[in-house]
Design a protein around this ligand. Structure first.
Ligand code: AMP
Length: 138
């Protein structure tokens, strides 16, 4: 595995840089994406290191997707969304920009287009307000 311990999500997992956390357990961490494609866009990471899905230990997936389901339900309820998209990118050519496995949870509303992937930074107070709605629905 070609895992770089200095990637930004490894730093967040070590507590070296902050995140707007919505959920954490022994195996996973979920926080607000700083360049959300929609209001309430959350990332879920396994704590175990792997660059993406292709080099991960399969034992990673059960706790990871248990958290994805738990948080996706809270995103849908807390944000009042009509639906939820789950995405996950493997390799730069596929759109991956941070090389620690992560799953995107993106709420969708009828008639509202998605914003660009890795587009514009959101204000911290806005991210915090969305996180509070999601946490209240967990
Ligand atoms: P990907 O293209 O799947 O690797 O997605 C990486 C995602 O991480 C993008 O949606 C970025 O907006 C997001 N991102 C990058 N840096 C941070 C950070 N420090 N905190 C939260 N989200 C981040």
């Amino acid at each position: 595995m070609n895992y770089d311990q200095t990637n930004i999500f490894a730093k967040i997992l070590r507590g070296e840089i902050p995140c707007t956390k919505v959920y954490e357990d022994a195996h996973t961490l979920a926080f607000m994406d700083i360049m959300p494609q929609a209001d309430g866009h959350v990332l879920v990471l396994p704590k175990a290191p792997s660059t993406n899905l292709l080099d991960a230990d399969p034992a990673t997936f059960a706790p990871l997707f248990a958290t994805v389901q738990k948080v996706a339900r809270a995103v849908k309820t807390g944000m009042g969304a009509d639906g939820v998209v789950i995405t996950q990118f493997n390799g730069a050519a596929a759109g991956q920009t941070v090389f620690h496995l992560h799953v995107h949870i993106i709420p969708r509303w009828e008639g509202i287009a998605l914003r660009r992937h890795s587009g514009q930074m959101e204000q911290m107070d806005v991210l915090k307000a969305h996180a509070e709605k999601i946490i209240a629905a967990l």
